[in-house]
Unconditional design. Structure first.
Length: 266
């Protein structure tokens, strides 16, 4: 499977963000991409004050744009994430689409980003957002792909459950900050890859030092051995990578740790 990780700049102009995403997905398809991935909150600033203003229901303008990107370019698309409104709640939601533009999965961020680092970042998603409750996967011609979002990366049980649903690749749109990013970004993607013997993919927006929330960047691909195959810097750009689902089977056969999980410590 050929992947394109789109580390795009995100502005306060939703139309501009959609245009950038459309252009990058089209370019990825021309390079032979099978699965394109956008960043967390690719359509709006990562800011609690923005989420209610940019929130849309499933089937709204952002959803329609994502569906069209997948259909017109005949690619699988993980649409990063967006603020989704349903009734009185707002969710941090990731949609996935097949090559015909049909929605094949929907994941709402389960573990909300509530942190207060001494001398560093404070951010409380739960002041605005509601949590999701369930893992999500979708089947491609290559194999099963699972979804998570950013802070979910810190909770191994979600990845274990998603791997149990058949996932051999976990796509995790994320926006780590410049406090936790240097310390934990690589560590967590490598750890979840090793824990579950699968590929992990993280896609961030590009860093904007003038933004209220400054993202770390460093979109990344790790293989089932925990090796970093590719990693970006903080600037706008695209990473193209190839992943081999047969390697997942090989690693799981050589080190059968997943089958040993049935032996629980009492």
């Amino acid at each position: 499977m050929k992947l394109s990780l789109i580390q795009m700049p995100v502005t306060a102009d939703k139309a501009q963000n959609l245009q950038t995403a459309t252009q990058e997905v089209s370019a990825a398809a021309q390079r032979g991409c099978d699965l394109a991935v956008l960043p967390e909150m690719f359509c709006c600033p990562y800011d609690n004050r923005c989420f209610p203003r940019y929130a849309e229901p499933e089937g709204g303008e952002i959803w329609q744009s994502l569906s069209r990107m997948a259909r017109e370019n005949h690619v699988w698309l993980v649409g990063g994430s967006m603020p989704e409104r349903e009734a009185n709640a707002i969710y941090n939601t990731c949609y996935a689409f097949d090559r015909e533009g049909h929605q094949v999965a929907k994941f709402r961020k389960i573990h909300l980003f509530d942190i207060d680092i001494d001398g560093g970042q404070r951010f409380m998603e739960s002041e605005v957002l509601s949590p999701g409750t369930a893992p999500a996967v979708f089947k491609t011609e290559f194999g099963v792909v699972g979804l998570a979002i950013c802070f979910d990366l810190r909770f191994p049980s979600l990845f274990e459950k998603t791997a149990d649903l058949g996932a051999k690749l976990m796509v995790v749109p994320a926006a780590f900050n410049c406090t936790t990013g240097p310390k934990h970004w690589e560590l967590l993607y490598r750890s979840r890859a090793v824990d579950n013997q699968l590929y992990t993919v993280g896609v961030s927006c590009a860093r904007d030092e003038s933004a209220e929330y400054v993202a770390y960047g460093h979109s990344i691909v790790c293989n089932p051995w925990g090796d970093i195959l590719l990693e970006a810097d903080e600037k706008p750009g695209v990473l193209d990578a190839e992943v081999d689902f047969n390697l997942v089977d090989s690693v799981r056969r050589q080190l059968p740790v997943r089958s040993a999980r049935r032996f629980r410590v009492k």
